[in-house]
Ligand binder design. Sequence first.
Ligand code: ASP
Length: 351
Amino acid sequence: MFNRRKFLQSSVFSSLGLALGRKAWANDPGAGHLVTGSPIVISTWDAGIAANKGAWEILGRNGRALDAVEAGVMVTEASQNCCVGLGANPDRDGFVTLDACIMDEFANCGSVAFLERIKHPISVARRVMEKTPHVMLVGIGAQQFAVSEGFPLEEQKLSDGAKNSYENWLRKSEYKPVINIENSKMNTETPKSGPGPFAPSRFDNGEWNHDTIGMVAMDAMGNLSGSCTTSGMGFKMRGRVGDSPIIGAGLFVDNEVGAATATGQGEDVIRMCGTHTVVELMRQGYSPEQACKRAVERIIKIKGDKAKAIQVGFLALNKRGEIGGYAIQKGFSYAVKSDTQEKMVQAGSFY
Ligand code: ASP
């Protein structure tokens, strides 16, 4: 039985762990961006600026990080975005399918995957967390649950941008989830945002076919939460689900240590439990940036030379309010908002 004595012992050990962890952090030369004591929110890519503003409506009024990360990514889900929400690019059969997950400071988590015709998958994920005994609902079951919770079933219609991109894609209909590095015709012109010139996710017309909004935040109470939402890889196989709705892959939060989110080629994040790995590295004393870098190096180790053809970016926040990101390829950027700053940061990269 977990009695009072054991509770006291475990509290002593966890405070000791925290103290040791802090020492390790303080000694880590990679540590930076310290914003201790005040709320902070960070999120992936340029769309993160608007999403962070949405989150700040809550964080800035001393609201809960969980509410902030839901509200924040809802901004992106509602916008006409190539890669998040119903306006995004479809799968190769022409249907937009959405993945999302959310996690709070108590390790409560909820997730939906392969969800169609629902505008705010992140809110459905939160309902899964709060109203069911489960963590994850997928496909038609997730949709039925959403409708039973009062979410309207939207019309099945591609946005103008997605229709255009899909028509372009259909001209060749080449299904190439991974570039053959030697034979690929890589477009080397630098995009405004996106996973970089070597990513497999680039169309011939210069558009990216995958991106995600991942957001992690700390509130004024020092509690952490995170959210992640995407339409996944554009023109994916019907039924394909990436890392974004998978707890420990696209998102992980441990309120004692930190939180992390991921973007990029989901398959390669799943195979090394990406964000769980980042958080565990922070537990060992690595700064957020160093933890993200180590996780990227693990992907490089697994993939070898094939890593040159993919993009993965990690973004992390620790319990002290330190932040950092790192990616395989150049071009991964993230948005930061706190009391004292609102900016985009270019993450470091392996290549
Ligand atoms: N990680 C997402 C997926 O694989 C896509 C992305 O972030 O670009 O579905």
